[in-house]
Write a protein that binds this ligand. Sequence first.
Ligand code: C2E
Ligand code: MG
Ligand code: MG
Ligand code: MG
Length: 288
Amino acid sequence: RAKSAGGNRYEVADAEADARAITRHGLTTALPAALDRSEFFIEYQPLVHLGDGTVRGAEALVRWLHPQHGVLGPDRFIPLAERTGLIVPLGRWVLEQSVRQAREWQERHRDKLGAGPLRINVNLSPCQLTHPGLVQDTVDILECAGLEPDALCLEVTESALIGADDEVLKPLRRLAEMGVDIALDDFGTGYSNLANLRRLPVSVLKLDRSFTRGMQQFPADPVDLRIVEGIVSLAHSLDLTVTVEGVETGAQAEQLRLLGCDTAQGWYYARPGPPERLHDLALVDATG
Ligand code: C2E
Ligand code: MG
Ligand code: MG
Ligand code: MG
């Protein structure tokens, strides 16, 4: 009995794997036309200063409004776009839209924000890092929108930079010299040597959600607390700003603030949403 049940499970598993492969194939072939047809859109999630609770900027997160499958998250299609190379034009489009959006927020907020101009974070895929046009495209996009380079932060995952040689780091260094912030995204999920951080042109450490999860109860697990405390103090001693992702409760926010984290992002503050929402949130904070 157990054996035949096992057999059935395998069949089901195979069928599911087939269905997934078919969908993956369908999505992959539909990607280029989707870009032409403007089926992608961007949601923005606020970045909140833990010290005073004000919105300081937002991270741009891309979505695909697929005509049959509805809204697809980036985990469904970014890996496919990376494999086909479409990530380069798609990534450029995200950067262009986001930079323009940031400029628009800044203009609408000019006299209302005491905390400085709103900033924009944009994710970069490893394929974009090795693409020769990255620096020039970024310069052009900033200039065209009239956004200062220091209002832009490019997020690169820790795994993309582990073992990166100087050729890969060179464009990031040039961008950093221009004043663009480079963030190490999902920090803590890779296995990078902490001393390695000195070699990288990063100015922001984004602590992965797995650390935030350990802060869910109050008081949090003392070992988790000490690990985060250690990372924060190392980061600050290297002049890095610490952002935490995945903050879902007020208790987490409070713990992370006490541990010295600088900026937070998560559902506790706001889910990713349309650009007007960020505008409203920032306005409320600025006027009290
Ligand atoms: P990420 O850069 O680490 O972005 C944070 C992810 O955590 C987002 O998922 C966000 O919606 C989610 N999140 C935010 N707050 C919370 C929370 O409190 N709880 C939980 N459980 N989740 C939270 P999303 O939008 O599905 O994006 C997934 C990943 O896709 C991103 O991870 C990023 O690596 C990638 N991605 C998104 N947009 C782009 C893009 O334009 N280009 C590239 N190359 N990658 C992108
Ligand atoms: Mg990110
Ligand atoms: Mg992240
Ligand atoms: Mg993440």
